[in-house]
Design a protein. Structure first.
Length: 260
């Protein structure tokens, strides 16, 4: 469908639109309705937009039909990519919070042709891997997407000390491929082993403490790293699960939520 931008708002009482896909909105205007099919991707030039998610998967009638407010998107932000990337129904309802908000709308075909492989390259790179990471399984697709946006990949040959006990913690690691082991000083035996989909490096970031063990690659490994800021910003929803993992001195802890 090659709809014109104005059609994006044909059911939402848009009072004004400019050519070139630039749209000006009134107060409390519903730009995207959860459950609908995706048509446009939006970039916010001015103003802000509240994001609501109804757990049923679609906007419902009645005063609570919007569901819970899960975020706000400010100028410079964007929204509406999920439905276009995955062909899924709109995952949230988006409403303008003030009069005079300005949006740029990009139709699905242009979005797929121009933006999908560049702007959202990391998401596409990491999406299937992140779906299989047990610690992230309780997150929504959107939450996993935001993590993917912030990840970097690093490769290490076998025998590399990826994390050194006692160092300050700067990053969190997800093991993409290969195997690694954790060691405490004074012992030759690993206190924990890691395989694809496992994570390490969370303790120093959670507790603002020095690294509690060294992590060494057993084979050649590929790790996806998330910096401290990204960890704090994006992994809040799974923090309590991570904190539940117990690390006995020298004994590998058994935690079904951790080792998948
Ligand atoms: P899409 O599903 O196409 O339409 C609704 C958009 O809301 C979605 O893409 C995301 O861009 C955006 N969004 C912002 N916050 C969330 C959230 N917490 N859950 C789902 N979508 C969100």
């Amino acid at each position: 469908m090659t709809a014109q931008p104005s059609q994006a708002f044909s059911t939402s009482n848009c009072n004004y639109h400019m050519p070139s896909n630039c749209l000006m909105l009134t107060y409390l205007q519903q730009v995207i309705t959860q459950g609908d099919q995706g048509d446009f991707f939006y970039v916010v030039e001015k103003g802000s937009f509240d994001v609501y998610v109804n757990p049923s998967g679609a906007l419902q009638p009645g005063p609570d039909g919007l569901g819970k407010q899960v975020g706000t998107i400010q100028s410079g932000g964007s929204f509406g990519e999920l439905a276009l990337m995955y062909g899924s129904p709109r995952a949230a309802t988006i409403i303008s919070t003030e009069a005079g908000c300005t949006l740029w709308a990009l139709d699905r075909i242009t979005f797929r042709r121009i933006l999908m492989d560049s702007t959202f390259q990391r998401r596409r790179l990491y999406e299937s891997f992140l779906e299989e990471v047990p610690i992230l399984s309780t997150l929504t697709k959107y939450e996993r997407s935001k993590i993917a946006d912030a990840l970097d990949t690093q490769k290490f040959p076998a025998g590399t000390t990826i994390i050194k006990e006692g160092d300050a913690g700067e990053a969190f690691y997800l093991l993409e491929s290969g195997e690694a082991e954790a060691f405490k000083s004074g012992s030759q035996n690993p206190v924990r082993s890691y395989k694809k989909g496992d994570y390490f490096g969370e303790l120093a970031l959670l507790n603002d403490a020095p690294r509690a063990a060294s992590v060494v690659s057993k084979t050649e490994v590929k790790v996806a790293t998330l910096g401290k800021d990204g960890f704090q910003r994006l992994l809040g929803p799974v923090e309590s699960i991570m904190r539940r993992t117990t690390y006995d001195e020298g004994v590998e802890a058994v935690d079904p939520l951790h080792q998948g």
